[in-house]
Design a protein around this ligand. Structure first.
Ligand code: PEP
Ligand code: MG
Length: 755
């Protein structure tokens, strides 16, 4: 049974569009389960009706024609209840409705299973039988499994073709793709797909003008891949058995074969561009392999896919940093890393869209630091099909429009203009204090990590740096930076902000922050070797960093040190011993520096219960709400599937922040918040009410939060907090706060536009 499932899913993934995908599903399921009818109904998002989209067994003319509301028929009932229905004699059921155009009068047995993706019913998969017969448990569970597996593929096909796009349009023009808001703002531009994890099935057709040049380009790619395979053989042959090494011979044979290369050349001759021509050739072969009964031969389809991916990567034009990016580049990819962002000239970067990631993933943080709108976790994004297409990115609501119609673009341009006006208006607050209407002053500091965000931080009127993420300079290199290299980077930041304090966090890699030259393979990276755990295990790395920071602060004395990922007090003790040692060494070497103030991040729940003891050891606390939320709620901050559960306004997070503030108060140890919560206008109100001493956020949020603080009194914030504390649901809390912001005329901070 698993075999059947696997081969159907694989075949569906080779479909060019929704129509083909559904045809494969109904034909293959009907044949594999030996039933009389298999049909798929999908919900038309415009009308809310179910439409018969494909059937093997019902009369062909009924496909695309039969429509029913959720209140109608058995299929409607399955969708309405999101529950399967298994009947031996369907016509007897009170909800049975007869559609003459289908020829359904012949059928009695009925099994309908909902197709559900992300809690949403996309449609219904139906089996029917002439006989009166009850489908057995095995078959029912198999159909449920098939529906669950296919839901993702159908959602993906819908996103790129749409229920109205049976002809396989590159993308649906009206329905936005939905992801998670990664960085606020509106971006309008052209998609540039970097380093696609190219999937042959995602390639769209494109006409070519110069056929000969395209054929030559294809042959170049073949040559390149041949070279790569030869190198692979050389690298691995010593460790492989001759039988395993033969796999690569098979690759080389394929790369020489006329059926692959010649056939693709012919297709290019026919006017399609090389990736599209290659896709057709590969899919033809893959289908043949997939239909083979011998499992060994079936696996050869995977080899072909692998080869295809390599050839597609080789066919991708290399983008050059100076000429390859359009003026308004929307960077698109499965995953957008720090180095990819760094590759695009800042002036040309208009937006970021990725399949992976979520609101507090580090890609989002980086995008915010750069002031670039971002939408992440768009899991239905057909990455391979959007290169070069026009796009609108709404970083507030997490929506992405591909090929938007002119009027929609015009509307977003207007919102963008309003945004710019708002930012310009806010500049007027730059030199004003962050003080509430009843006189409570809350210092606002900047989160930085890139040298390029020093200027925006200064021009936003930041009163220092509350979090300098030192991992970014480590990430964009190909080895650990040395002491002098680090000193120079740190010096620039310390000098730029002196005499204001700069809080430098010691290296916090691991989790989702990987160093290309220091790979860590773990099953649970966020619960693994991360932050202080790594640096205490590698004192040589820690000491070099501390020395570089201390040296950089010579003559300025505005450095503060911050220790990340503290889960146990002994980590603080050990880190302090190393810091003191580095300080003593430097003093002996004649460097004139004071021992800086040392703080701990509160981002692992265990430490919340040891704040008393922690306060005896450190000078300040900084709440890392990104990780605190992730660990407290057990929700991976990067995982789009559970992103709806991730909310820093969850009552438990608010409760945790409150207990930290209360426990630190008798020790007079100040508490700041440096996670994304601090830059969220709604959350900032709550943090003000909770008595947090300072807030640190990306430069682009700073004036916005200043505006919030200057518009409210702490008394009013406390009243809102009291209301929030009586609520159980984070969404209700957010709604309450958003309403309060709207009422004060601050709606422009929580959605696109100014008003
Ligand atoms: C946090 O976890 O809130 C934090 C500020 O650190 P980072 O986002 O770098 O993990
Ligand atoms: Mg953290």
């Amino acid at each position: 049974m698993l075999d059947i499932l696997r081969s159907i899913t694989q075949e569906v993934s080779t479909a060019r569009n929704l129509e083909q995908a559904l045809t494969i599903i109904v034909e293959r399921v009907k044949a594999a389960l030996t039933v009389d009818v298999c049909s798929v109904y999908l919900v038309d998002h415009d009308s809310g009706e179910l439409v018969l989209m494909a059937s093997d067994g019902l009369l062909p003319e009924s496909v695309g024609y039969v429509r029913l509301s959720l209140e109608e028929g058995l299929v409607g009932l399955v969708a309405q209840r999101a529950e399967l229905i298994n009947l031996d004699n369907a016509p007897e059921h009170p909800r049975y409705r007869y559609f003459p155009e289908t020829g359904e009068e012949w059928y009695h047995a009925f099994l309908g299973v909902p197709i559900i993706h992300h809690r949403k019913v996309l449609g219904v998969l139906v089996l029917q039988q002439h006989a009166e017969y009850r489908y057995e448990e095995d078959l029912v569970t198999l159909l449920v499994t098939i529906a669950a597996q296919l839901a993702g593929a159908i959602a993906h096909a819908e996103a790129s073709g749409g229920i109205n796009g049976l002809n396989g349009n590159a993308a649906n023009e009206r329905l936005p793709l939905v992801g998670k808001p990664g960085s606020p703002g509106v971006g309008i531009g052209r998609a540039v797909v970097l380093d696609v994890e190219a999937d042959i099935d995602d390639i769209a057709d494109r006409p070519v003008e110069d056929v000969v040049a395209e054929q030559e380009r294809f042959l170049d790619a073949v040559r390149l891949v041949r070279e790569q395979v030869r190198n692979m053989v050389e690298n691995v042959s010593a460790n492989l058995s001759p039988a395993d090494a033969a796999l690569f011979d098979a690759y080389l044979l394929m790369l020489d074969s006329d059926s692959l290369i010649g056939a693709t050349q012919e297709r290019i001759q026919g006017g399609n561009w090389a990736p599209g021509a290659l896709r057709d050739t590969l899919q033809e072969h893959i289908r043949v392999f997939n239909e083979m009964d011998d499992p060994y031969l079936r696996e050869r389809a995977d080899d072909l896919r692998d080869l295809g991916r390599r050839m597609l990567v080789a066919l991708q034009p290399k983008k050059s940093t100076t000429t390859g990016y359009p003026k308004q580049t929307i960077l698109v990819g499965e995953e957008i890393t720090a180095s990819m962002l760094a590759e695009v000239p800042a002036k040309r970067l208009a937006g970021v869209v990725a399949v992976r990631g979520s609101s507090t993933s580090h890609t989002a943080i980086l995008a915010r630091a750069l002031g670039v709108p971002a939408v992440l976790g768009v899991d239905d994004l057909p990455v391979g099909r959007v290169d070069g297409l026009s796009m609108v990115v709404d970083g507030y609501s997490g929506r992405v429009f591909v090929n938007p119609p002119a009027e929609l673009k015009r509307e977003f341009r207007r919102l963008q203009r309003e945004e710019n006006e708002l930012s310009a208006d806010l500049q007027g607050l730059k030199n004003e204090e962050a003080v509430t209407t009843d006189g409570v002053r809350i210092p606002l500091l900047a989160n930085t990590g890139l040298l390029s965000d020093i200027r925006p931080s200064l021009s936003s009127g930041a009163e220092g740096v509350g979090l300098y993420r030192t991992e970014f300079p480590f990430m964009v290199r190909d080895r650990f930076p040395g002491e002098e290299e680090q000193r120079q980077v740190y010096r620039q930041v310390l000098e730029a902000f002196a005499p204001n304090p700069v809080t430098m966090r010691t290296l916090d890699v691991g989790g989702d922050k990987a160093l290309p030259y220091f790979p860590i393979e773990e099953d649970n990276p966020f619960l693994g070797w991360r932050g202080i755990r790594i640096t205490l295990d590698h004192p040589e790395i820690f000491l070099v960093q501390i020395r570089a920071m201390l040296k950089a602060s010579e003559g300025l004395d505005n450095l503060q040190l911050l220790l990340p990922m503290i889960s146990t007090l002994s980590e603080v003790d050990e880190a302090i011993i190393l810091i003191r040692r580095a300080h003593e060494e430097l003093v002996e070497e004649g460097v004139d520096v004071r021992l800086p103030r040392i703080g701990a991040m509160v981002e692992v729940p265990s430490i919340i219960y040891q704040i008393d003891a922690l306060c005896h050891r450190v000078d300040f606390l900084s709440i890392g709400s990104n990780d605190l939320t992730q660990y407290l709620l057990a929700v991976d901050r990067n995982n789009a599937r559970v992103a709806d559960l991730y909310d820093s306004l969850h009552p438990s997070v608010l409760h945790a922040v409150r207990s930290v503030v209360l426990a630190a108060r008798p020790h007079k140890v100040p508490v700041s918040v440096c996670g994304e919560m601090a830059g969220d206008p709604a959350a900032a109100l709550i943090l003000l009410a909770l008595g947090v001493n300072s807030l640190s956020m990306s430069a682009h949020s700073l004036l916005r939060i200043k505006w919030v603080l200057r518009s409210f009194s702490r008394r009013r914030a406390k009243r809102l907090l009291a209301q929030a504390q009586a609520m159980e649901d984070p969404r209700a809390i957010r709604e309450l706060l958003h309403k309060a912001l709207e009422k004060k005329g601050l709606g422009g901070l929580i959605r696109a536009g100014k008003h």
